[in-house]
Design a protein around this ligand. Sequence first.
Ligand code: G1P
Length: 291
Amino acid sequence: MKIRKAVFPVAGLGTRVLPATKAMPKEMLTIVDKPLIQYVVDEAKEAGIEHFVFVTGRNKGVIEDHFDRMFELDTTLAARGKKTEMEILARDQPEAGSVSFTRQQAPHGLGHAVWCARDIIGNEPFAVVLPDELVLNAPGCLAQMIEAANKLGEKSNLIAVEAVPDHLTHQYGICGVGKRDGRIFEVDGMVEKPAKGTAPSNLSITGRYILQPEIFNILATQERGAGGEIQLTDAMIGLAKQQKFYGVEFEGERHDCGSKAGFLRANIAFGLARDDLRDGLRAAMEKYLKK
Ligand code: G1P
């Protein structure tokens, strides 16, 4: 199954990390020295994705700028002989014509955001990547899913899952577990944000999906669900009546960077994973932990 395109829903308001996100999109928050959105685009590139589709909203223009060239910067860096910085910019620059932007004009939910990308995706399977969830691992989470997808049938859908403590299941989409083969299992039912004590398991849907294009027909008429929003999980429940859904227990540590504690943890984890920063960061942390 060739997956060429990925959808990045980036229209959310980021209310959990206010005031940081009042005038700046949460997807531009930096983990160490890169915005969140760059991490997930890199993860998608590594997985072989060729086209990057951003579903944006009001006040998100800076995301588009981030993936454009900055002539003033390029010229100044070149004049000053700043080679390393020029290489960083060139490395992060998507190929011309490989990005698309469309707008979700009102906050109707994740399902609606994905539906907004239907014309750009067309009739082929695609990935969905939620930028506020980062997974620290090599190979990345999406690469692991695409590897799993290649072992499964053509019309398969996949969701990345991770176990969460029982008292947190009501914050996520949760799936039931059917026949298992190692880290991959058949999904036996899904529910978005189950009421406390009703979750079918503790396996939460992480922000990585591989979906068949038939999801768009379902999304077109999907009724509002949890939180009064059009939920992707509800549309997936509909699609699971026609096609197979598999869960992939991925390798790696998930970080919810859309919460303040998760954002801080991610900065520490990604900082400690960097050869150029590890020693200094560790020394600073030891100092503060002694206080
Ligand atoms: C969304 C999905 C949910 C998933 C979660 C992962 O929820 O609807 O199924 O578990 O992302 O972060 P949200 O966090 O947008 O409420």
